[in-house]
Ligand binder design. Structure first.
Ligand code: AMP
Length: 284
């Protein structure tokens, strides 16, 4: 069994990162909520190519979960996660308790207007406020040269890019490609909630996005492609579909209704039973 140094407090995190920086080493950070899978480990691998030292954080952040969402049920297993991180070559785990991150009297909020508002911002009110707050805190606490986030959560990545630019946080944000199962399903900690029958349906989400990309590249209109994507998900057996939309790749502004111009991204979120899956793909 391999073990990994673990910091529980901001003071301990800063002491370790400070020592590395003093020695001239570059530091990368990979924030996570734990329940680690190969997608997270691919971020650690990318972080290792960007810096001399890698810090991963595990914090299931209460402020990014809405009322009735899965905060209490979210899978937790720090011992297993710590072993995976050590095996992946991570140097330090930062795993603070809720009290360390939100002390009594905590009052600050962050709102990244614009890019936070559509899609998951509309479907999960308050979610990106919680994400922006915790990411700002983690980057200020750790002070990494580089921070790696997955394109799996594409809107989150764009919100974080905006946040870091607007607040002059001296960290370079790097996006990592989505790690997928062999059948195309994007790896996610929430896939553990799927029943065997739902797991069989789940790859239809990635398949619908890929098909939408082909249609857009062939010149089909945004309006038609979105309608076809929604119908494909319904046919496959998805329940509530929060969105299946083609958006501008940077600001996530609405496109269409005609053929796309410029860089676009197709994003979708839909439920299988009680599990909400999200995925996205580049067009072209
Ligand atoms: P989470 O633990 O779900 O909050 O995710 C932590 C980080 O891992 C975020 O930057 C996610 O975008 C990223 N991530 C999650 N799933 C994947 C995946 N399948 N491929 C690449 N990155 C991922």
């Amino acid at each position: 069994m391999t073990s990994i140094a673990t910091a529980r407090t901001v003071a301990d995190l800063r002491a370790q990162v400070g020592a590395w920086k003093q020695a001239g080493e570059r530091v990368a950070m990979v924030p996570t909520m734990g329940a680690l899978h190969e997608g997270h480990l691919s971020l650690i691998a990318l972080a290792r190519t960007e810096a001399d030292r890698v810090v991963a954080s595990i914090f299931v952040n209460p402020t990014q979960f809405g009322v009735g969402e899965d905060f209490d049920a979210y899978p937790r297993g720090e011992a297993r996660d710590a072993e995976l991180l050590a095996g992946a070559g991570c140097d330090l785990l930062f795993a603070p308790g809720v009290g360390e991150m939100y002390a009594p009297g905590f009052s600050t909020t962050i709102n990244v207007a614009g890019v936070s508002e559509p899609l998951d911002g509309a479907a999960r009110p308050g979610h990106f406020g919680g994400v922006a707050l915790i990411v700002a805190k983690l980057l200020i606490q750790c002070g990494p040269d580089v921070a790696v986030f997955g394109e799996k959560d594409y809107q989150q990545l764009q919100v974080i890019r905006r946040l870091v630019a607007d607040l002059d946080i001296p960290t370079r944000v790097v996006g990592a490609p989505t790690a997928r199962a062999a059948d195309g399903l994007a790896l996610s900690s929430r896939n553990a909630y799927l029943t065997p029958a739902e797991r069989e349906i789940a790859p239809a989400l990635a398949a619908a996005l890929a098909e939408a990309g082909r249609r857009l590249r062939a010149g089909e209109s945004v309006e038609r492609v979105e309608a076809t994507g929604l119908a494909a998900l319904e046919r496959a057996g998805f329940g509530k579909i929060d969105y299946f939309e083609v958006r501008g790749a940077g600001d996530l502004a609405r496109l269409g209704p005609g053929p796309i111009e410029g860089e676009a991204r197709i994003l979708a979120a839909a439920f299988l039973g009680r599990t909400r899956l999200i995925d996205n793909m580049a067009v072209g």
